[in-house]
Write a protein that binds this ligand. Structure first.
Ligand code: AMP
Ligand code: ZN
Length: 135
């Protein structure tokens, strides 16, 4: 399944050229054109699913497996100090391209990047209530 208006469908299926780092039947891994750090890559399924709510669980798991392999390769070849695997869903979460993708962001000591959130505050009651809702 492809979406004719989706740029990541076109990239994942080779209709638009990309700097491909890895490819198999189901996935293509490309370099992000706006890298947070050197080597920032995106794992793209070749089939179109907008986000984590649409993608089948086995494909989501497969994307993470490839993300792990890429992180290991980056550590070996780019001598990274760490990695963030980030996956945004929905505009509220910062997703800008509506085709599921997993960011593999290599990290280097002192690279100046921040992939963080501000720790918040919640009362025991609030924590209890949300835990109950999600159980
Ligand atoms: P997100 O904000 O999680 O949706 O991430 C979208 C990512 O796609 C950003 O990091 C962009 O830099 C990247 N991006 C957008 N268009 C392209 C493209 N044509 N080739 C490679 N990366 C892209
Ligand atoms: Zn797509």
């Amino acid at each position: 399944m492809k979406d004719p208006n989706c740029i990541f469908c076109k990239i994942a299926n080779g209709e638009i050229p990309s700097r491909t780092l890895y490819e198999d039947e189901k996935f293509r891994v490309i370099l992000d054109l706006g890298p947070a750090t050197k080597g920032h890559a995106l794992v793209l399924p070749k089939e179109h699913f907008a986000d984590i709510y649409e993608i089948p669980a086995d494909l989501a798991a497969g994307a993470f497996e490839i993300g792990q392999q890429m992180a290991v390769r980056m550590r070996e070849r780019l001598h990274t100090d760490g990695a963030n695997l980030v996956q945004n869903n929905g505009e509220a979460a910062g997703q800008t391209v509506s085709h599921f993708h997993l960011h593999v962001i290599p990290r280097y000591k002192g690279d100046g990047q921040h992939i963080l959130w501000k720790p918040g505050k919640a009362s025991d009651q609030e924590l209890d209530a949300v835990a109950e809702t999600l159980r």
